[in-house]
Design a protein around this ligand. Structure first.
Ligand SMILES: N[C@@H](CCC(=O)N[C@@H](CS)C(=O)NCC(=O)O)C(=O)O
Length: 211
């Protein structure tokens, strides 16, 4: 399997990077310098027209959208048991949490980090306040779910959804109310952060906080 990950440190590419290491997929890294706006270069836009990371080129196929890459990598490595069998109740729960991350948390974070996008420069303050509300209410829901039967999103069973969730929890670390303030989320994060592949991913990306 030939894999090249286009990434920038500490972004939505982290979960893909982490899974490549966790699943021991040989890969090359191609760093994009956001300060130089390399993610908007014509060459990169040819791969990923949205001009965002991650992009994973896997055996010549260009894959974008972090959640969809997570699903695919987990399916490609059934021995790791990070994806329940299609058609089972566990698989339905797995889809639920992957989609929750992709449809609820990711767009709310996008609005938090890029508050001009929802309604222009003039609405930035409101956009950010509303994004914060959405993120915190999402954490409330996830915490309630984990309190009702963790330690993972699917109960006793670890799945790729937990990796995606962990990346998203990390993004709240400098927000007014970080996810670590919910004890159930902090416990989940501690468990995931203890995985050697997480530590190795952070080391390779030069990340030194929220370890
Ligand atoms: N829905 C996309 C969102 C990716 C995204 O927003 N990535 C951010 C970094 S976390 C990015 O590349 N930002 C650079 C930019 O928008 O110019 C995904 O999940 O892959």
């Amino acid at each position: 399997m030939a894999a090249t990950l286009y990434y920038a440190p500490s972004t939505a590419a982290l979960v893909v990077h982490w899974l490549l290491i966790e699943l021991q997929v040989p890969h090359e890294l191609h760093a994009l310098d956001f300060d130089r706006r390399e993610q908007k270069s014509p060459e990169y836009l040819g791969l990923n027209p949205a001009g965002v990371v991650p992009t994973l080129v896997l055996d010549g196929e260009v894959l974008t959208e972090s959640a969809s890459i997570v699903l695919h990598l987990a399916d490609l490595h059934p021995q790791a048991q990070l994806a329940p069998v299609p058609g089972t109740v566990e698989r339905a729960r797995y889809y639920r949490w992957i989609c929750f991350c992709a449809n609820t948390l990711l767009p709310a974070y996008r609005a938090w980090f890029y508050p001009n996008e929802p309604a222009g420069e003039a609405a930035q303050v409101n956009a950010k306040a509303y994004a914060r509300e959405r993120i915190e209410s999402a954490w409330q829901r996830v915490a309630g779910h984990l309190e009702g039967g963790g330690p993972y999103l699917l109960g006793e069973r670890l799945s790729a959804a937990d990796f995606l969730l962990t990346m998203l929890m990390r993004w709240s670390r400098n927000m007014p109310r970080p996810s670590d303030e919910w004890p159930a989320l902090r416990t989940h994060a501690q468990r995931m952060k203890a995985r050697p592949a997480f530590q190795e991913t952070c080391r390779r990306e030069g990340i030194t906080d929220w370890l």
